[in-house]
Design a protein around this ligand. Structure first.
Ligand code: ZN
Length: 210
């Protein structure tokens, strides 16, 4: 077990099991793990179009409804995916605001497409969350564990379950940060958000397993 205790080992194997269980579902959407890791940025819109195009409506709804994330996360996810968040881009269309700048990076536009996750700030967050979800490869010997786990665990939906939750958590955090900046003029470095997501995610995940 090397330098890691049984607790850590079990915890990480739990994650791994969930990832691998949903591998098939993940691939059905047309992605594989390597592809997602390679993406420098992730566009919700891109995913939405892809899933809407390739999945029957009921499957798409399941992405939201069967999301194990708490409702406050999935609600924002739902609004984001349906382009219903009150971004400056939308408000400007109604003549409510003039300043369209993204408050996270000051260079892009405050729109759903930019915020999730083309924006430099949120792209960093999403990249780190994905990296975190795939666990520290060097420390855990990720490749060997995958090979091992592929032989031992079968099933589906667990990986995408984690993915859905992580996506919901990240979108929620970005939207909250964006609102905090506009309403309260409070700025948090991206590292603070990432730690918060990881913390809350772990609590949610732990709660679901108990
Ligand atoms: Zn931005």
């Amino acid at each position: 077990m090397g330098q890691y205790g049984r607790h850590n080992q079990n915890k990480h194997l739990g994650w791994l099991r969930r990832f691998l269980k949903a591998k098939k579902y993940y691939e059905e959407v047309g992605w594989n793990e390597e592809e997602i890791l390679r993406w420098p940025i992730f566009s919700v819109k891109k995913m939405y179009i892809r899933m809407r195009g390739e999945f029957p409506k009921v499957e798409w709804r399941r992405f939201i409804c069967n999301n194990a994330a708490p409702p406050r996360w999935t609600f924002i996810l739902y609004l984001a995916l349906n382009e219903r968040l009150q971004t400056r881009e939308r408000l400007a269309a109604w003549g409510i605001v003039d300043d369209l700048r993204c408050v996270l990076c000051s260079s892009g536009m405050d729109s759903s497409e930019h915020l999730f996750f083309v924006c430099k700030y949120s792209a960093t967050l999403w990249r780190k969350i994905l990296q975190w979800m795939h666990i520290d490869r060097q420390v855990l010997g990720w490749k060997e564990k995958i090979t091992w786990a592929l032989r031992h665990f079968k099933g589906k939906h667990a990986l995408v379950e984690i993915f859905r939750m992580a996506l919901a958590a990240s979108i929620y955090a970005v939207w909250q940060e964006r609102n905090n900046r506009i309403i309260q003029n409070k700025l948090r470095p991206v590292g603070v958000l990432i730690r918060k997501i990881v913390h809350e995610f772990t609590l949610e995940e732990g709660g679901r397993q108990n």
